[in-house]
Design a protein around this ligand. Structure first.
Ligand SMILES: CC(C)(COP(=O)(O)OP(=O)(O)OC[C@H]1O[C@@H](n2cnc3c(N)ncnc32)[C@H](O)[C@@H]1OP(=O)(O)O)[C@@H](O)C(=O)NCCC(=O)NCCS
Length: 142
């Protein structure tokens, strides 16, 4: 069964107030014309970069220092992203290991301001590793 969409709020669509408690709004961004691919949709690599940035927010906080992306464990482009879409990235920590932190990131697009609707466009699972000054794994602080 598909995940329920966050319910639009009359003044602040996808406001953190409307979210289920286990997900946090970590990034909102609108793509630019330079991010369009040959089909006229937004280039998948641009979306992957934004997901990597968004996914790092909670692990950085938990690791209390430098982290590196070690793996993109899953990445699903469910719907194309179009110019004019306002993207909201929600993250949830799924696992904290010895040196690694895994997150699930969901991306929703707000489109068509005249008749606003919200579409889930992307979801991904990523793993980050807490690293020391030499770039080596270090234990996640408890
Ligand atoms: C991140 C990095 C420091 C990890 O070093 P490493 O010697 O490979 O570390 P380890 O094998 O000990 O793994 C570290 C943790 O990552 C986890 N991990 C490694 N590969 C993984 C994968 N494919 N999926 C999920 N977790 C993974 C390990 O399980 C371990 O977690 P734990 O300590 O919580 O059990 C190193 O791989 C690195 O520098 N990679 C490049 C990072 C980078 O530049 N990222 C930006 C994108 S280019």
């Amino acid at each position: 069964m598909p995940d329920p969409l966050p319910q639009p709020h009359p003044h602040s669509v996808l406001s953190p107030l409307t979210l289920p408690g286990d997900r946090e709004l970590v990034l909102r961004v609108m793509p630019l014309p330079a991010d369009v691919n040959a089909n006229g949709d937004i280039f998948g690599g641009w979306i992957m970069a934004q997901v990597d940035l968004a996914g790092a927010v909670l692990p950085s906080r938990i690791a209390k220092g430098r982290i590196a992306t070690v793996a993109v464990n899953q990445f699903i482009f469910k719907q194309p992203v179009s110019l004019g879409d306002l993207l909201s990235f929600y993250a949830r920590v799924t696992r904290i290991g010895n040196t690694s932190i895994s997150v699930h990131v969901e991306v929703y697009a707000e489109r068509n301001p005249a008749n606003l609707h919200v579409v889930k466009v992307t979801e991904a699972d990523l793993t980050y590793v807490a690293i020391d000054a030499q770039g080596q794994p270090r234990p996640v602080p408890r």
